[in-house]
Design a protein around this ligand. Structure first.
Ligand SMILES: [Zn+2]
Ligand SMILES: [Zn+2]
Length: 105
């Protein structure tokens, strides 16, 4: 069936385009936030870096989540409320194991 074949190709193409765009925004966000974990300085694998909200009452914003389909401007505004952390430090903070340095007094 040539028609359904074409449709499948197009769906595949769109899927790739979306994931490329997400990857691009993710890259831009990580660079925008300094490119490394603010606690330990980890800067190797971009997929390991997360944005963590400084204000716990604000909704957590995962840069790996579907939220990335939004515009760059919206992502940037959101990123301004966050710190860049590696997955390790991020979990340690959520577990209460590490005290975030930006929470001083
Ligand atoms: Zn770290
Ligand atoms: Zn977090």
């Amino acid at each position: 069936m040539p028609d359904s074949r074409k449709y499948a190709d197009r769906a595949e193409y769109l899927k790739k385009a979306v994931s490329l765009r997400r990857k691009k925004i993710r890259q831009m966000l990580v660079e925008y936030k300094g490119g490394k974990c603010e606690l330990c300085g980890y800067n190797e694998c971009i997929d390991v870096l997360d944005l963590h909200h400084k204000d716990p009452s604000t909704k957590e914003f995962g840069i790996s989540s579907s939220g990335l389909t939004r515009s760059w401007e919206k992502n940037k505004v959101e990123a301004d409320k966050c710190v860049l952390l590696c997955a390790n430090c991020h979990r340690e903070i959520h577990a209460g194991y590490k005290q975030p340095t930006w929470v001083t007094k």
